[in-house]
Design a protein around this ligand. Structure first.
Ligand code: NAD
Length: 441
């Protein structure tokens, strides 16, 4: 059992903290957000993740996890401090490391024992060398501090399961002491561990995420061509998937990748490459394709309709993917402003993301268009002129084609997630437009 502190209780930090506690370690999670800390202490998760709340309550009750804003008390005698604060994108595409720097400074002020600082946040290659130096520079007590890299690979929506059953754990260390400590901390997880040097670990994270982003953009690019030449992307993907070298995952065409990772991590690697005098052409292409893809439904619908002004527009799904309340870089954030700008009367449904969306676009008249949040699909579709599907939530996939025909004023559906069978939609009398499946009729 190790004494572990975790800085940041977002998707990465909180899930890591809870899973370390579940594996028997004694964990203190630190966040600067007092409201979040109070919420977590009362057994409520500030983020929507399957299985998280149950494990929080169990491990809080048995005393293995605690939450605080008092970083000093959490860091001073920790064996290891995991950093999971945000590294958002700056306007030039580079990663904003100011949150990491703040935590590094707080660690330097607080630690009273030898301690391993483990960076889980996604950071540009070489950052952890600098974090180590930065902590040394501000260290108050005479203790040994080393920094290790331990990038996170969880996917939002299945974060707890991804952590407890990770396909691999990457650790990047510069000494035997750091490597052994991390191996011991992860020992109870009983999962494959890849141990490399620190810079390689940092690069594994970007190279993995950007490869997946590239795979998505590649399929979207091919999908757009399929539409033009009369091929069906789902058949094409199925045919490709039997090839083990390609694999069957991440072959779904759609409205592009969103979320807090792929968009920023592609831009960050592109930026790192440029900084080093190298042009990373493949990653740049993934970024460009994705940018276009985000508004492809809006462009298709604009070709089909004269205007959205005064039309009742049903929007199904707001989050960047199902299973999360996270809206970061979601397609809805690209399309809804365009629809409102044109005076659309939007009725939006999302099982988890509506509250967050309403913070950006409060319910009511925006001066141009209008937005109303509804609690079920039926209310969104009722008497609608057009429907956009942005997220493939189970509740949305459960809507049968006949419902669109029955409830909408004009059954015209633009689906960014290729949920439906073309024939079934046609038979139900729905005019259905999707991605990469046939030329727009
Ligand atoms: P997040 O924005 O959800 O959470 C960050 C948390 O850190 C917030 O609660 C914030 O209040 C807190 N914080 C800020 N400064 C702090 C400080 N000084 N001390 C303590 N807490 C502080 O972020 P996230 O989505 O969990 O991502 C964190 C990092 O992990 C990023 O680098 C991201 O790229 C990476 N990552 C994210 C995912 C994902 O799916 N979200 C997956 C893999 C890697």
């Amino acid at each position: 059992m190790y004494k572990i502190a975790v800085a940041g209780t977002g998707y990465v930090g909180l899930v890591a903290g809870v899973c370390f506690a579940e594996m028997g370690h004694k964990v203190t999670c630190v966040d600067i957000n007092e409201k979040k800390v109070e919420l977590m202490k009362s057994g409520v998760s500030p983020i929507y993740e399957a299985d998280l709340e149950g494990l929080m309550q169990k491990n809080y009750a048995n005393g293995r996890i605690n939450y605080t804003t008092d970083y000093n008390s959490a860091y001073k005698d920790a064996d290891a401090i995991f950093i999971g604060v945000g590294t958002p994108e700056r306007s030039d595409g580079s990663a904003d490391l100011s949150y990491i720097a703040t935590v590094a400074r707080q660690i330097a002020e607080s630690v009273e024992n030898d301690c391993l600082v483990v960076v889980k946040s996604t950071v540009p290659v070489g950052t952890n060398d600098k974090v180590e130096q930065f902590i040394q520079d501000f260290l108050v007590n005479d203790v040994k501090i080393e920094v290790a890299s331990n990038p996170e690979f969880l996917a939002q929506g299945s974060a707890v399961n991804d952590t407890l059953n990770a396909e691999r754990i990457i650790i990047g260390t510069e000494s035997k002491w750091a490597e052994e400590l991390l191996l011991n901390i992860y020992e109870p997880f009983n999962l494959p561990i890849v141990s490399v040097k620190r810079r390689s670990a940092e690069m594994i994270k970007y190279a993995s995420n950007d490869f997946l982003a590239l795979k998505i953009s590649y399929m979207n690019d091919i999908a757009n061509l399929c539409e033009l030449i009369g091929a069906d992307i789902q058949d094409v993907a199925r045919g490709m998937s039997f090839d083990n070298r390609i694999g069957s995952k991440f072959l779904n065409a759609g409205i592009g990748f969103g979320g807090s990772c792929f968009p920023k991590d592609t831009k960050a690697l592109d930026y790192i490459a440029k900084l080093n005098g190298y042009e990373l052409k493949t990653v740049k292409a993934a970024i460009d394709v994705n940018k276009e893809q985000k508004t492809i439904l809006y462009k298709k619908a604009s070709k089909r309709l004269i205007t959205f002004n005064g039309l009742k527009v049903a929007v199904l799904g707001l989050t960047f993917k199902p299973g999360t309340d996270d809206l970061r870089e979601s397609a809805s954030l690209d399309n809804i402003p365009l629809l409102l700008e044109q005076g659309a009367d939007i009725y939006a449904y999302d099982p988890a993301g509506a509250e967050n969306f309403a913070r950006v676009y409060p319910e009511g008249d925006t001066g141009k268009g209008k937005i109303t949040y509804v609690s079920n699909v039926e209310n969104a579709l009722d008497n609608a002129n057009v429907c956009f599907i942005f997220t493939e939530w189970g509740q949305i996939k459960a809507v049968i084609p006949e419902m669109y025909k029955k409830l909408m004023r004009t059954p015209l559906v633009f689906d960014g997630r290729n949920i439906y069978n073309l024939k079934e939609m046609e038979e139900a009398g729905v005019e259905y437009h999707s991605i990469g499946r046939r030329p727009v009729s």
